[in-house]
Design a binder for this molecule. Structure first.
Ligand code: PMP
Length: 386
């Protein structure tokens, strides 16, 4: 075939380097087992941490919301898209997080871009953990602020970077609460200490922590027993433990009002759909109340992490349901991914650009919908020689 666009050649380069991606079609509801392109597989790659994505109560709530408010929200929040359901969700999230206010977004990507670009501009500096999620990195780039990247989870390096950056109108420290590819928890108390010394805002991306960390699943702050403060901003997604889609920012009322007035991803984009908002409202309630989901998840995580280490695999310390098995080079990682696939386990290889080239990995996730037998099934593949 003629390569009239020049793009085929670039795709071929990706193919040759083992880096070309392809979509894998899921043909069933998001349970612990799913049908992927005709095959039943154990799902070990989803972010459905509490097993809520297929919960009948969420589905029913989405249905009720659509019947009442329609299939689409018809416009941005500031024009025609604001409903009492959106406001109820925001109040509920603020109550769960213990903050003055909250604001919902259609996706977490948008929420991060909104926060970085609204709170920081040319006169400001953003200090960003080197392993932060791509949506934070993109938000930093779009913000036109100076961006200083500090060593992963290193408050000492953060402080040196703040000193080196010199004066700024505003300083913003940005960190994932739970890092999405490594599953480790940010050293938030020490980051807050540094922030306090330099009057910096701290934004915590709780995408993978909400519903998972803390007794009530309130996330990284609850995990460390920290209380909300005017300069601490929490964002999180409704697409992972909550099992729906969308995101929120929770914080002081002034921050939320400022976003409503200034955040372009909020102002110029259609409000989240009634179905998603209705389902998320029920999901927050369940996340807070049903602690057995977190207890069961913790037991599964502990068995899988311990089992992998006992079998000699490189699994960094941690306690979250994101369990990276670090392999190193891309070829070997793809061979292990193929073995898992043959065994009916869905856990794709994670490679560049998502992670650095020398730390390719299998990223396993478990959810409260899994059973102990499922964990044993995963471990069996990591037991046999390749
Ligand atoms: N932050 C983190 C840490 C994430 O892992 C993700 C997505 N997986 C996002 C933000 C973006 O959220 P969304 O998928 O809702 O756009």
């Amino acid at each position: 075939m003629m390569d009239s666009t020049g793009l085929e050649a670039e795709l071929q380069n990706l193919e040759d380097a083992g880096l070309r991606r392809r979509l894998r079609r899921v043909e069933s509801a998001p349970g612990p087992e799913v049908t992927v392109e005709g095959r039943r597989m154990l799902m070990c790659a989803s972010n459905n941490y509490l097993g809520l994505a297929q919960d009948p109560r969420l589905i029913e709530a989405a249905h009720r919301a659509m019947i009442r408010y329609g299939a689409g929200s018809t416009g941005s929040r500031l024009i025609s898209g604001d409903t009492e359901l959106h406001e109820a969700l925001e109040k509920r999230i603020a109550r769960w997080k213990g903050t003055e206010a909250a604001l919902v977004f259609a996706t977490g990507y948008m929420a991060n871009v909104a926060l970085a670009t609204t709170l920081a501009g040319e006169e400001d500096v953003i200090f960003s953990d080197e392993w932060n999620h791509a949506s934070i990195i993109d938000g930093c780039r779009l913000s036109r602020a100076r961006v200083s990247v500090y060593r992963h989870a290193d408050p000492g390096d953060l402080e040196s970077k703040i000193i080196a950056a010199g004066p700024a109108r505003r300083r913003l420290i940005y960190t994932d609460g739970v890092f999405s590819m490594d599953g480790d928890v940010a050293p938030l108390p020490r980051l807050l200490e540094v922030a306090g010394k330099y009057d910096a805002f701290v934004v915590v991306d709780d995408a993978h922590a909400g519903g998972v960390l803390g007794k009530r699943g309130r996330g990284t702050m609850e995990y460390y027993g920290l209380s909300p403060a005017p300069r601490i901003i929490q964002m999180g997604t409704l697409s992972k433990a909550a099992g729906v889609e969308g995101a929120y920012v929770a914080g002081a009322k002034a921050v939320i009002d400022y976003l409503i007035n200034r955040a372009r991803p909020f102002i110029f984009s259609t409000a989240p759909s009634p179905a998603a908002v209705g389902a998320a409202l029920v999901a927050v309630e369940i996340m807070e109340q049903e602690q057995w989901r977190r207890d069961h998840l913790r037991a599964l995580v502990s068995r899988l992490r311990t089992g992998l280490r006992e079998r000699g695999w490189r699994v960094p310390e941690g306690s979250t349901p994101i369990i990276p098995v670090i392999i190193g080079e891309v070829g070997e990682t793809l061979r292990l991914a193929a073995r898992l696939d043959d065994a009916g386990i869905f856990a794709p290889a994670i490679r560049p650009p998502t992670v650095p080239p020398e730390s390719c990995r299998i990223r396993l996730t478990v959810t409260a919908a899994h059973r102990m037998e499922d964990v044993d099934r995963i471990l069996a593949v990591f037991t046999t020689e390749g």
